[in-house]
Write a protein that binds this ligand. Structure first.
Ligand code: OSB
Ligand code: MG
Length: 371
C-alpha cells in the first residue's frame, strides 16, 4: 500500500553549459520543477517535471505545471491510499492532459516505492538491460563548423548515435557536410515539427543520407500526414510530440504514421504510461527509445531506469550530466562509458543521491503541501 502524505515542490534555475537550439527556439537556462514525495513512514521519492520554459514543445510550461501540481494534482494524491505506485496514474485520471505535471509526481512515487522495497527502480519497473545504449541530441549551432566540432567531441566520447536538430534553414547542406566529415556514423535528424507536406521534395531529398530516422518532421499534433509522408520516403519516420498516450501509439501504429517512437516519460505522464506504450510497441514490432528534455539528474535517473525495459532497443537521448550542467543535483553525476553506455545503478530507487542542500540553495521558490 502507498499513501503520500506530503509533496514538496522546488523550482530551480540551472544554466546550460551550452545553449540548446531547436526549430522552436533557444534555451540558455532551464527552469526546472522538482518534486519530493513523502509517505507516513518518512520514506521519500524524487521526480522532475520536464515542462519547458515556454509552451513551445507542448502546451505545458514551468509556471503552468507548478500551478497544476500545487492546486490540482497534490490535493488528489495527498492522503489517498493506493495499492502501489502503478495506481497513482489512475488516481489522476480525472485530470485531463498536464502529463508532464503528472509525471513529476508519478515518477517520484515509483522512486519512493522502490526505495521502500530496497530495490533499484529499473528492476522494479521491469527492466532487463542493466546497460543502456546512449546517443546525443545536438542543437542548431551558429555555424556548421561549430556543429562538426560538437559532433567530433561526442563521437570521440563513444556515443552510439548522433541526432542533430534540423529546420528548413539547417538541413540538406548541413547533413551533407556531416556525412562527408564523419562517414557512416549512426545519424538522425529531429525537426520538431518544422515542415509540412508542402516540403515533400526537401524531405524526400534527405533519403540519400541514409539517416537512421527522421524525427517529427510534421506538425506536433499530426499522425495523418506523417503516414502520407512515410509512404513516400525510405527514411524511417520517428514520432515524438503527438504520442501522448497508449491510445495515440496504437492509432499511429495502425495508421503507419512512423516506424519508431521516441518515448518520453514526461510527455506521456510517467512510468506507468511509458510501460504500457513500451509493451504495445514491443508487441507490434515498433522499436522505442528514451527521449530527453534537457533534464537535471533526477529526470535523467528516471530516464535511465525506464530505458532498461526490453522494448527500448535503440540508443536514447540519455547522456552524461556534464554535457548539460556544471554541477548536477545528484551524486554521482551521470557518466557514460567509452562504448557509449550507461550502467543502471544497483542501489535502491533511482540509485543516485539527491543533493538536497544544493537544491535548497538553487531554489527560487518552494512549497510544502501536506494533508
Ligand atoms: O524533441 O527531443 C526533442 C529537448 C527539448 C525539447 C524537445 C527535444 C529535446 C531534445 C534534447 O532533443 C534531448 C536531450 O535531453 O538531450
Ligand atoms: Mg524530438
Amino acid at each position: 500500500m502507498l499513501k503520500i502524505n506530503q509533496i514538496e515542490l522546488f523550482e530551480i534555475n540551472l544554466p546550460l553549459v551550452h545553449f540548446f537550439e531547436t526549430s522552436f527556439g533557444r534555451t540558455y537556462e532551464r527552469r526546472i520543477i522538482l518534486v519530493r514525495v513523502e509517505d507516513v513512514s518518512g520514506a521519500e521519492g524524487w521526480g522532475e517535471c520536464t515542462a519547458g520554459e515556454t509552451p513551445s514543445y507542448s502546451e505545458e510550461w514551468t509556471d503552468a505545471a507548478w500551478a497544476v501540481i500545487e492546486r490540482i494534482i497534490a490535493p488528489v494524491v495527498i492522503g489517498v491510499e493506493v495499492e502501489n505506485a502503478a495506481k497513482i496514474w489512475d488516481l489522476m485520471k480525472q485530470i485531463r492532459g498536464n502529463r508532464m505535471a503528472k509525471a513529476a509526481v508519478e515518477t517520484a512515487c515509483w522512486d519512493l516505492e522502490a526505495k521502500k522495497l530496497g530495490v533499484p527502480l529499473w528492476r522494479h519497473l521491469g527492466g532487463i538491460n542493466k546497460e543502456i545504449a546512449c546517443g546525443v541530441s545536438i542543437g542548431i549551432q551558429d555555424s556548421v563548423e561549430q556543429l562538426l566540432e560538437k559532433i567530433k567531441t561526442e563521437v570521440d566520447a563513444g556515443y552510439q548515435r548522433i541526432k542533430i536538430k534540423i529546420a528548413p534553414h539547417w538541413d540538406y547542406e548541413v547533413i551533407k557536410k556531416v556525412r562527408e566529415t564523419f562517414g557512416d556514423i549512426q545519424l538522425m535528424g529531429d525537426a520538431n515539427s518544422a515542415y509540412t507536406l508542402n516540403d515533400i521534395d526537401k524531405l524526400k531529398s534527405l533519403d540519400e543520407f541514409d539517416l537512421m530516422m527522421l524525427e517529427q518532421p510534421l506538425p506536433h499534433d499530426d499522425i495523418i500526414d506523417h503516414a502520407k509522408l512515410q509512404m513516400q520516403i525510405s527514411t524511417p519516420v520517428c514520432l515524438d510530440e503527438p504520442i501522448k498516450s497508449p491510445e495515440d501509439a496504437r492509432k499511429a501504429i495502425e495508421l503507419r504514421s512512423g516506424k519508431i517512437i521516441n518515448l518520453k516519460n514526461g510527455r506521456v505522464g510517467g512510468h506507468s504510461e511509458s510501460k504500457r506504450i513500451e509493451k504495445l510497441c514491443r508487441e507490434a514490432g515498433i522499436p522505442v527509445w528514451c527521449g530527453g528534455m534537457l533534464e537535471s539528474g533526477i529526470g535523467r535517473a528516471h530516464n535511465i531506469a525506464i530505458s532498461t525495459l526490453a522494448g527500448y532497443t535503440m540508443p536514447g537521448d540519455v547522456s552524461a550530466s556534464k554535457r548539460y550542467w556544471h554541477e548536477d543535483i545528484i551524486e554521482p553525476a551521470v557518466e557514460v562509458s567509452v562504448s557509449g553506455t550507461i550502467t543502471a545503478p544497483e542501489s535502491a530507487g533511482i540509485g543516485f543521491e539527491v543533493k538536497r542542500g544544493l537544491i535548497e540553495r538553487l531554489a527560487v521558490r518552494k512549497n510544502l503541501l501536506a494533508f
